[in-house]
Design a protein around this ligand. Structure first.
Ligand code: BGC
Length: 828
């Protein structure tokens, strides 16, 4: 018998600290430095000498955005998770995402996004949680615990003050320190202390003139020293701008790899004394700890991987159901009756579309593309006629082409076009890469297998198969020169007039050239696209190329006729395919295209009209007073359309609450006078973000923070709270909640703390506790709301969190403007 001794760092049964100490002691300085930068786009450096494999990271938060393009379960986006007001459900979702990450061999999921929704037009509002730091933090605690409970690392992002896409790579957020701490970093602080995410991602932007990735106040003073963080600070992808300043400020990991600012430059900075070895040791210790935590050094494949399973679909479905918000329900129009409904007119540009998630790095490749129309048909079967009319086209520009519209050969036995990539700028010579490509949208600088290969031109050839008869628009977007030949005729050339637009990939404007053409459905049209690379005009961004196709849309008249003849009309409006995405902000809070006119016309034809808002951000709903029933279905992932059908017909009850205020006009949001700014963004509204602003201004939004109805009603009675409390102690309040209706339902009880006479300016009230409970019909229950020691505090710069003695009202209610009960606590 032979015995082998396993080195402690490779021994899964050894304590974490012992493993970390052991591996750290074996690393050379150069190896430590090598760990501090990625090896490739989403992987870290391996150390074969010590059997240390490469750690892999992948995007979230909506699911696993597989780096190899594999389909994964698409869960509801961030704002929809927040609308559940259910941290336990966020935890279940994240645990499922972690199991999918493990099935795909990933160790860290780059999620959750917890930045504050400061302006309703931020392009990434869908991806994040809320305008309120407490709500955002509680959901994120659930999410981080869910991921890490399965042994997969979280990345709390984007730290910090990353609240707009406009100039996101360079803008400096100018925010006073009290607002920084109370509004923009307090969710980070809470999550770091409660759940210890194994990584935190430093954002692209500057804060107070210094890039977040080299900001000692954020990375070292606050995060590591004050909050005691022991994990890894990773840069957002391409967010590093320096070597010694970044390393000395506390950045532990530069991404993506290979190193641009760390690597050899960092080693040289250590050798020249600009960065101390102690600093490198500290960073390497954190990185090694991460490896131990994610099981990278455990040898055997990690147990518990599971991809696109029925149980994950069931979790996605429950999360979608709990996210849907019922804004109004006059005359109890909802739920619709399955037995009495004979015909449903399903109308709108999003009714037959799979608008499941937002655009950008969080986009998961869906394995299932449900639509509201399809899900309603599935639910109702033969019992009702479910008819569809698009009504209007909401796309501001031709939406991105789908691979299935094309085939490489006339036989149409595959989807996509045949591609040839050339080094030359004129398609001459042998192509260095060929193959069928389904995605006709490219980050041109990074798309090749050999990223360093100079790229000159690409030619795509094959057949285009229109699905509808009538006028089409084809467009190409990018700063390179593009020629599109359809049936051998030049449809678009570099001389075609261009417009400058923000939509699609990139994050900076690019030129779009569009041409109209009449086409016949079912016929194959030979197509050739010749693309000649040019540098993006804006040097901070990659050149991107995309092909757009606008198909013929239905008409308003068809929609009106359909609505008039049906028992009920369900109008699904919302974001267009590319109006909510990372990389750019929205222009305003209006529904794109003529969707408002469509709602008005359908309503005039059928008073039994339900409007569903399929978007990830606040929208102006100018017809809200007239329409009897409105649901916000958000972007609820691949099970979202089924969940919507279930809610419409009462198989599920809506229980979502708005995690963001819906203002009436973009001008009413407090950041409006300051947005977008130039190279600096003035956070001049200070603490008064979201409902904190509406309270101060005495203004009524369209729908307030926290609002949401269900199919039953609740009475709030008997708020009990101690009359006095000592600062620094927890305070418990109880309230008796009664379901007064005949159906079971879920209610989210909210507790806001309102200081009576603060010595400094403070928001009139702030959410400090909430509880979502389910009650059977006519059930009564005592709900306990716990205020932690910080619930009464504000941030006194230089002093930290201070709970001033005095009287505080505890306001308990069903939304920020629907306060039902009040008690007063004297804090001594
Ligand atoms: C995004 C991050 C993302 C990263 C990697 C960045 O552009 O801001 O949220 O995790 O890319 O894809």
């Amino acid at each position: 018998m032979t015995t082998t001794t396993t080195a402690p760092y490779l021994d899964p049964t050894a304590p974490e600290d012992a493993r970390v100490d052991d591996l750290l002691a074996r690393l050379t300085l150069a190896e430590k430095v090598s760990l501090m930068a990625g090896a490739a786009a989403f992987s870290l450096t391996a150390i074969p000498r010590l059997s240390v494999p490469s750690l892999r990271m992948t995007d979230g938060p909506t699911g696993v955005r597989s780096n190899t393009g594999e389909a994964a379960t698409v869960f509801p986006v961030g704002v929809a998770i927040a609308a559940t007001w259910n941290p336990a459900l966020a935890r279940e979702v994240a645990a499922a995402i972690a199991r999918e990450a493990k099935a795909l061999g990933e160790h860290v999921v780059l999620a959750p996004t917890i930045n504050i929704v400061r302006t309703p037009i931020w392009g990434r509002n869908f991806e994040t949680y809320s305008e309120d730091p407490l709500l955002a933090a509680e959901l994120a605690i659930g999410y981080v615990d869910g991921l890490q409970g399965e042994g997969v690392g979280a990345s709390l992002k984007h730290y910090a003050v990353n609240n707009q896409e406009h100039k996101r790579l360079v803008v400096s957020a100018e925010v006073d320190e009290r607002t920084l701490r109370e509004v923009y970093t307090s969710a980070f602080e809470r999550v770091v202390k409660a759940s210890n995410p194994w990584t935190v991602m430093a954002s692209y932007n500057k804060v107070g003139g210094t890039y977040a990735s080299e900001n000692p106040l954020l990375l070292t003073q606050m995060l590591k020293d004050e909050w005691g963080y022991d994990g890894v600070v990773v840069s957002d992808w391409g967010a590093v701008h320096s070597t010694a300043p970044a390393a000395n400020a506390g950045l532990d990991l530069e991404m993506p790899g290979p190193a641009k600012w760390f690597g050899d430059k960092l080693l040289a900075a250590v050798q020249s004394g600009e960065v101390s070895e102690t600093q490198i040791d500290a960073a390497a210790r954190r990185l090694v700890r991460l490896m131990v935590r994610v099981g990278l050094l455990d040898g055997a494949p990690r147990p518990g991987g599971e991809l696109r399973s029925q149980s994950h679909r069931a979790i996605a479905r429950r999360a979608a159901e709990e996210a849907i918000v019922l804004l109004k329900n006059d005359g109890d129009l909802l739920p619709l009756s399955k037995t009495a409904t004979r015909s449903v007119a399903v109308i709108g540009p999003n009714a037959a579309a799979s608008r499941l998630q937002g655009g950008g790095s969080s986009r998961v490749n869906p394995g299932r593309r449900a639509t509201p129309l399809g899900s309603l048909r599935d639910l109702l079967g033969e019992s009702a006629e479910v008819l569809f009319a698009e009504g209007v086209d909401s796309e501001p520009v031709p939406p991105m082409a789908q691979g299935r519209m094309f085939s490489p050969t006339k036989a149409r036995d595959a989807a996509g076009l045949q591609a040839e990539h050339f080094v030359s700028a004129d398609f001459s010579g042998e192509p260095f890469k060929t193959g069928v490509e389904r995605h006709l949208a490219k980050w041109v600088s990074t798309m090749t297998d050999a990223p360093r290969q100079p790229l000159g031109s690409i030619r795509w050839t094959g057949w285009f198969w229109p699905a509808k008869d009538g006028p089409h628009e084809l467009s190409v977007r990018g700063d390179g020169d593009v020629t599109v030949l359809l049936e051998g005729e030049a449809l678009i050339t570099p001389d075609t007039p261009s417009t400058d637009d923000r939509y699609d990939l990139g994050g900076s404007n690019a030129l779009r050239r569009t041409a109209a053409v009449e086409l016949v459905a079912g016929r194959g049209y030979p197509i050739q696209i010749d693309y000649v690379w040019a540098p993006a005009r804006d040097e901070s961004h990659f050149e991107t190329f995309s092909l757009g196709v606008r198909q013929p849309s239905g008409t308003m008249d068809e929609a009106v006729a359909l609505a008039r003849a049906a028992d009920v009309a369900v109008v699904v409006v919302g974001s267009a395919s590319n109006t909510e995405a990372e990389g750019y902000d929205r222009e305003d809070i209006e529904l794109p295209g003529a969707q408002n006119a469509l709602v008005e016309a359908v309503l005039a034809a059928n008073p039994r009209t339900v409007v569903v808002v399929n978007a990830g951000s606040p929208m102006n709903l100018p017809w809200a007073d007239k329409v009897p029933a409105i649901l916000v279905s958000w972007l609820t992932g691949e099970e979202g359309p089924d969940a919507l059908a279930a809610v419409l017909f009462g198989d599920a009850a809506p229980s979502g609450r708005l995690p963001v205020t819906f203002p009436r006009r973009n001008e009413d949001n407090p950041s409006f006078p300051h947005y977008p700014g130039g190279d600096s963004a003035d956070y001049g509204e200070g603490l008064f973000v979201g409902y904190r602003h509406f309270d101060r201004a005495g203004a009524r939004p369209l729908y307030p923070f926290g609002h949401g109805l269900t199919y039953t009603a609740f009475a709030y009675e008997g708020l009990a709270a101690p009359a006095t409390a000592r600062a620094g102690e927890r305070v418990e309040a109880t309230v008796t909640l009664r379901n007064t209706g005949a159906r079971p339902g879920k209610e989210t009880v909210q507790l806001y703390v309102a200081p009576r006479a603060p010595s400094v300016e403070r928001p009139a009230k702030e959410l400090k506790a909430f509880s979502k409970v389910e009650l059977a019909a006519e059930e009564t229950r005592t709900v306990t709301l716990t205020l932690d020691a910080g619930a009464f505090s504000y941030c006194q710069v230089g002093q930290g969190w201070v709970a001033e003695p005095g009287d505080y009202d505890l306001l308990v209610g069903a939304s920020a403007t629907d306060i039902r009960l009040k008690a007063t606590v004297r804090l001594g």
